[in-house]
Design a binder for this molecule. Structure first.
Ligand SMILES: [Zn+2]
Length: 217
């Protein structure tokens, strides 16, 4: 599988330093799981970051840096410590979820618009994280829209394309305020992706307007 769209270096650095919000961090973790290039790059950043952190006053650590580090240790330990809470859900959703999502609670598919469904993803310990699975019907043309918040989207199944190119399974799209686009789902199959929005503020923008009344983020 060739991956064409990767997180930026800034994102990989923030991920290594534990300063991404939990939702964005989950999307990046799913990407890294499937992308050898970003895994190698991330490992280098983590090594450098560890040295930088040792020289840094403690006050400059992200408030949850320790928690995140402990979480990572826990995730990295033996497979027997895994709590596969989402296994029954996987069958219901009709997709195989990445390992990085194995401790997430996944809700049922819910209607979001014609040919468009979503499912709430809950990250253990981060109930405020704005993360969801999105599923678009084959050939679905989404309305043209811009972005006000940072949105990360990792393709799990199927494909999407817009003015900037085509996104296939394994690709991660970082859409910031500079992105105006009209995504179209590939005609070969439905498309399922994992999406997260930055921060804990109220939702704005396209997804925000769709989701706010439904989930009260
Ligand atoms: Zn990558």
């Amino acid at each position: 599988m060739t991956i064409h769209h990767h997180p930026s270096d800034e994102t990989l650095l923030r991920h290594a330093a534990g300063t991404l919000s939990a939702g964005l961090a989950l999307v990046v973790a799913v990407h890294i799981e499937g992308c050898a290039a970003c895994r190698a790059r991330s490992a280098r950043f983590e090594a450098v970051g560890g040295e930088l952190l040792e020289d840094m006053p403690q006050a400059r650590l992200a408030p949850d840096a320790l928690g995140r580090a402990l979480e990572q240790l826990d995730l990295g330990s033996s497979a027997s410590s895994a709590r596969p809470t989402n296994v029954p859900r996987q069958a219901a959703l009709g997709i195989k979820l990445p390992q990085a999502m194995r401790q997430c609670e996944i809700g049922p598919w819910r209607w979001l618009g014609p040919g468009f469904k979503w499912s709430k993803v809950e990250i253990a310990g981060s109930p405020q994280a704005k993360v969801m699975l999105l599923k678009g019907r084959a050939g679905l043309r989404l309305p043209a829209h811009g972005h006000t918040d940072m949105e990360f989207m990792q393709i799990l199944f199927g494909s999407l394309s817009d003015e900037r190119g085509q996104y296939l399974p394994g690709d991660l799209d970082e859409a910031g305020s500079d992105v105006d686009h009209q995504p179209i789902v590939g005609t070969e199959s439905d498309c399922v992706c994992l999406a997260a929005l930055e921060g804990d503020t109220r939702l704005h923008g396209f997804l925000g307007r769709l989701l706010r009344p439904l989930v009260g983020f």
